[in-house]
Design a protein around this ligand. Structure first.
Ligand SMILES: CC(C)(COP(=O)(O)OP(=O)(O)OC[C@H]1O[C@@H](n2cnc3c(N)ncnc32)[C@H](O)[C@@H]1OP(=O)(O)O)[C@@H](O)C(=O)NCCC(=O)NCCS
Length: 221
């Protein structure tokens, strides 16, 4: 973990369609495929980036996404791309017909499951390794929660396979809607493509949610 970076040099920004090139540059530079999971799925960097690049303009148009930029260089070093649902924008197009996205799309419409009519999805969180572990993803999620409250969303949700994101969600009082193991995923042809395979730290796909308005559910706790 790097403790030498100057947090004072960072500024939080709302990412909009005007920042499209900045965001695309960041995604292309930082999304990597050299993890056991991506290798197991034989996913190329181009396919991985395209899953985001094809959706990013629609996400940025919501004006609900955030990033951190270095004031001195203008470079984006962290981002999240959020969407307002119900519009299924959080589901991933199956670029390259990857097993991974067939699996991720099993999460379905979580807002409907929890009974929320308007909900925001926190997604595509990514922090430059240079700034890892300094609380930036936590701040991006905090900012997203505040935005959800401001625009009157009933709930905010997110899904992740990343253990650091699991930690942040727990810390911020998110509830788990469902958790599934890569190991157990049954593909359309009845096979279990992840069974017995090394998917590195990505063990569970967890869908989280947090109510932003009082509900019967939260008031009884
Ligand atoms: C997941 C990710 C966004 C986290 O960003 P981050 O800014 O480093 O996260 P935070 O600093 O807010 O840290 C969250 C927790 O994880 C821990 N953590 C983060 N990076 C760490 C590292 N490299 N080593 C050890 N712990 C780490 C932090 O200590 C913190 O826990 P704590 O509050 O109990 O100390 C970042 O690691 C990343 O971009 N990963 C690759 C992309 C990805 O998988 N995104 C998730 C998509 S849903």
């Amino acid at each position: 973990m790097n403790y030498n970076n100057n947090i004072e040099d960072l500024e939080l920004m709302t990412l909009t369609s005007e920042n499209s090139d900045l965001v695309k540059g960041f995604v292309t530079a930082h999304y990597i495929v050299d993890t056991p999971l991506f290798q197991m799925c034989s996913m190329t960097k181009e396919e991985l980036c395209n899953t985001y690049l094809t959706r990013i303009d629609g996400m940025l148009a919501c004006n609900l996404s955030f990033g951190f930029r270095e004031k001195s260089t203008g470079k984006l070093i962290a981002m999240c791309a959020n969407t307002l649902s119900p519009n299924k924008a959080h589901l991933v197009p199956n670029v390259g017909d990857s097993i991974m996205y067939r699996y991720i799309n099993t999460i379905g419409d979580y807002g409907q499951e929890i009974g929320a009519k308007t909900y925001m999805t926190f997604g595509s969180a990514c922090v430059s390794p240079k700034y890892a572990g300094l609380g930036l993803a936590t701040k991006l999620l905090n900012q997203s929660v505040a935005k959800g409250v401001e625009i009157g969303c009933e709930a905010i949700g997110m899904y992740s396979t990343n253990s650091f994101m699991h930690r942040i969600a727990d810390k911020m009082g998110f509830r788990i809607l469902k958790r599934s193991r890569f190991e157990d995923f049954v593909d359309y042809d009845g096979t279990k493509p992840f069974h017995g395979k090394n998917v590195g730290p990505h063990v569970d796909l967890v869908v989280y949610y947090k109510w932003l308005k009082p509900t019967k559910d939260t008031m009884s706790v």
